[in-house]
Design a protein around this ligand. Structure first.
Ligand SMILES: *[C@@H]1O[C@H](CO)[C@@H](O)[C@H](O)[C@H]1NC(C)=O
Ligand SMILES: *[C@@H]1O[C@H](CO)[C@@H](O)[C@H](O)[C@H]1NC(C)=O
Length: 321
């Protein structure tokens, strides 16, 4: 199996390659990585990363809204997973950006191959701006201005070229994203019911969150499921039309299918652990990244540089067959 076993959200950049041995690659370009995508054919791993300093201040998904703490270092890092190189950094580099003037404040992302090229759908949590004065609005009050940015990768020049922005009221607290086979439809997880406020903090206990369905061509989105979630985080899509959603707070992976325009829940899998992202590998196994020690997780989130919370990857075999 060639897949990703484990990593954790905004803490230490830590990549485990699933060969017979595990390798840890540490570098500032791999700090604060929230999501990964493995090109199983071309053997490249893409990661959406940032810096720990920035994550500590500006992480709308974690209710952190200090705009001035942002380090403006969000980027997509790439490594060649089979070629460690002399320095052991696996050819680590950062993709360039073209045709997009605004900032990137990355979170989850997904990638599809279209006619031999890779297209990226990136969740972007920019601070809100008053379009008249150009000044920042109070993000504690209005929340982030979260959008989905679509890019087309020019592999020869390692450059992401901007295609379009999808902005919608249905994309309010996006966390992760799964693009369908046709590369037009996509589903995002909203990890909370509201952008900001007291209820937002309470949702860790009370549950909450939703799924939004969007079209890349029209840019239109709507809420397609909003019951029974508990901080929906990672999402994966399989060719048979099933969506798998990792509910961080309850430890349940809920399985959904479209009936008319609604993503109804058809099954759930109890992992028993707080979860982050999901990955469906080429063999149809679902891999969930989980935190076996909740107390260490909370401690680590308060002291990112010194406390490393354990993380592990669970594999659920043959789910998509
Ligand atoms: C916000 O971040 C800036 C820059 O890191 C820091 O100086 C400031 O103290 C932070 N503000 C709050 C309220 O934490
Ligand atoms: C949010 O982003 C959209 C898309 O880039 C932009 O048109 C809009 O003005 C932004 N709104 C705020 C409040 O920042």
């Amino acid at each position: 199996m060639a897949g990703i076993l484990g990593y954790w959200a905004i803490f230490w950049a830590f990549i485990v390659l699933a060969t017979d041995t595990c390798t840890c690659v540490r570098h500032s370009l791999l700090e604060g990585c929230e999501d990964l995508w493995l090109d199983e054919q071309d053997r490249k791993l893409y990661a959406a990363c940032n810096s720990l300093e920035s994550c500590k201040g500006w992480s709308p998904g974690g209710n952190l809204y200090n705009i001035s703490a942002r380090s403006y270092t969000d980027h997509i890092a790439v490594i060649d997973v089979d070629q460690p190189g002399l320095d052991g950094l696996y050819g680590l580099r950062q993709l360039k950006i073209s045709g997009y003037q605004d900032d990137l404040d990355l979170h989850g992302f997904d990638v599809r191959k279209i006619e031999g090229r890779l297209w990226f759908w990136l969740i972007n949590h920019r601070p809100p701006i008053d379009h008249v004065t150009g000044e920042f609005l109070d993000a504690l009050v209005v929340g982030a201005n979260s959008t989905v940015e679509i890019f087309d990768l020019d592999k020869a020049s390692d450059t992401l070229e901007h295609v379009k922005t999808v902005a919608s009221k249905a994309i309010f607290t996006p966390n992760s994203i799964a693009v369908e086979e046709d590369s037009l439809g996509f589903v995002i997880t909203n990890d909370h019911n509201t952008k900001t406020g007291t209820f937002c903090d309470l949702e860790m206990l009370t549950g909450g969150g939703s799924l939004a369905y969007c079209r890349s061509d029209t840019g239109k989105c709507y809420i397609t499921a909003d019951k029974g979630f508990s901080i929906p985080n990672g999402i994966a899509y399989d060719k048979n039309g099933y969506y798998y959603v990792a509910n961080s707070a309850s430890g349940l992976i809920t399985v959904h299918k479209f009936v008319n325009n609604e993503l109804i829940q058809v099954q759930s899998i109890n992992t028993g652990y707080p979860m982050d992202n999901l990955w469906l590998d080429a063999d149809g196994n679902l891999i969930a990244t989980v935190f076996p020690d909740s107390i260490a997780l909370v401690e680590s989130s308060m002291d990112l540089y010194n406390i490393v919370a354990p993380a592990t990857g669970l594999t659920i075999n043959d789910i998509a067959k």
